[in-house]
Design a protein around this ligand. Structure first.
Ligand code: ZN
Length: 127
């Protein structure tokens, strides 16, 4: 059984509290403030700097494709100002069950693998 190592996380500034960024990946990535987008860096610099950033783990998943899907769903709801991807609609590759950086549907083997669920949707649609 795979562990729930895939997280969906949010970043917020201590003072303003609203989520300004939502991401998914490893918990280590969630807590890393380096290698962020120019948009993220601009936002943080103009709101008090990295020392003011709080990291919140919003959800934990076993399936990386499901974590990615949930990231997009939460981006659409919260509209964090430093997320560009997924604000208006969920990209097709993510709906199709592909984890970040992969060209293939997830087959992680967890009971709630979103790749498997997405494959079943496609199969049903073709019947
Ligand atoms: Zn999976």
């Amino acid at each position: 059984m795979t562990a729930a190592n895939e997280v969906v996380y949010g970043h917020r500034m201590r003072r303003t509290r609203a989520l300004f960024h939502i991401g998914s990946g490893s918990e280590r990535r969630a807590r890393t403030l380096a290698r962020r987008s120019a948009l993220w860096q601009q936002f943080v610099q103009s709101h008090g700097g990295p020392a003011q950033v709080e990291v919140e783990i919003l959800e934990r998943h076993r399936c990386p494709a499901r974590a990615r899907l949930r990231e997009m769903e939460l981006v659409r709801i919260h509209q964090p100002p430093t997320n560009r991807f997924g604000r208006a609609s969920i990209p097709g590759a993510i709906l199709a069950g592909r984890p970040k950086g992969s060209g293939k549907r997830c087959r992680c083997g967890s009971p709630d693998c979103y790749g498997t669920e997405a494959a079943q949707c496609v199969a049903r649609a073709k019947q």
